[in-house]
Design a protein around this ligand. Structure first.
Ligand SMILES: [Cu+2]
Length: 273
């Protein structure tokens, strides 16, 4: 092989390699990006109720973009059609106190806000309904600086520390009711993949119900700035089959974790507050 043809071969090989790498990268990126774009950046919902929230989010964006395109279109149309063509052109007629126009720009925004209010109120009242026909009840205690998960019907619990995040097990396709309480300050219980977040307030019990419908491991966190170690209030959610859930309950009881920790602070693990 001559030096010239070897050089050409090397060049061709590197072009092919570069091409394959970019194709792979593009395939990898575009897949994620297309799905993300379709959801307008919302996480992929892991609960039955998440679809309602996703529809509200996507619907709001589509409506807002529709209005934006109309407004931008009118602005650019006015800029182009009514531009000053010659320096000597007089200023266009100034319109003011145009009653039909004023009525229109009062009524149209009212209709838009009314529409947003209607869909939000409809979905929110459906999502916040507590029907008390749940399969699993979890008593969540948010405390400085971790979480306790009381498995109310299973007579066991899990408690975390800032050093060791607790893991919450939930059976898939089963309705879960969360009862949120706090012994100290306001926290906020947030599982982004469930598209649900609710404040945890001392002196009252906040409740909501969701049905996780995807097995997997999800992250959870405190979403209310509650003090110095707020950022360490992390936890993991594992959505598993009913058998795995039952086996885990057995494991917790085997470790001696019987009953409920309603104060969230009765072990040494949580004394560092
Ligand atoms: Cu907190």
């Amino acid at each position: 092989m001559t030096r010239k043809s070897a050089g050409r071969l090397r060049r061709r090989t590197s072009v092919v390699a570069l091409g394959s790498v970019s194709a792979l990268l593009l395939a990898g990126c575009s897949q994620g990006t297309v799905d993300d774009w379709k959801r307008f950046g919302y996480p992929d919902p892991a609960t039955e109720q998440g679809d309602t929230m996703l529809n509200l989010w996507v619907g709001s964006w589509i409506a807002a973009l529709g209005v934006a395109i109309l407004v931008w279109g009118l602005i650019f149309w006015a800029i182009i059609v009514y531009r000053r063509r010659h320096a000597s052109d007089p200023a266009p007629d100034q319109v003011r106190y145009n009653l039909p126009m004023e009525i229109m720009y009062t009524i149209v925004p009212l209709i838009m806000i009314g529409g947003m209010f209607f869909f939000t109120a409809r979905d929110q009242s459906q999502l916040m309904k507590v029907e008390d026909n749940q399969d699993v009840t979890i008593g969540v205690v948010g405390f400085r600086w971790s979480w306790t998960f009381n498995y109310v019907d299973q007579d066991t619990y899990e408690i975390g520390t800032p050093e060791e995040d607790p893991v919450l097990y939930l059976p898939v396709d089963k309705k879960v009711k969360f009862e949120l309480t706090s012994p100290d300050v306001i926290h906020s219980f947030w599982i982004p993949a469930f598209l649900f977040k609710m404040d945890v307030i001392p002196g009252r019990t906040n409740e909501f119900e969701v049905t996780p419908n995807k097995e997997g491991t999800f992250l959870g966190k405190c979403a209310e700035l509650c003090g110095v170690d707020h950022s360490r209030m992390l936890f993991t959610v594992k959505v598993v089959s009913q058998q795995e859930f039952d086996a885990h309950m057995q494991e917790l009881r085997a470790k001696g974790q019987f009953g409920q920790l309603t104060s969230g602070r009765t072990t040494e693990a949580a004394q560092g507050v």
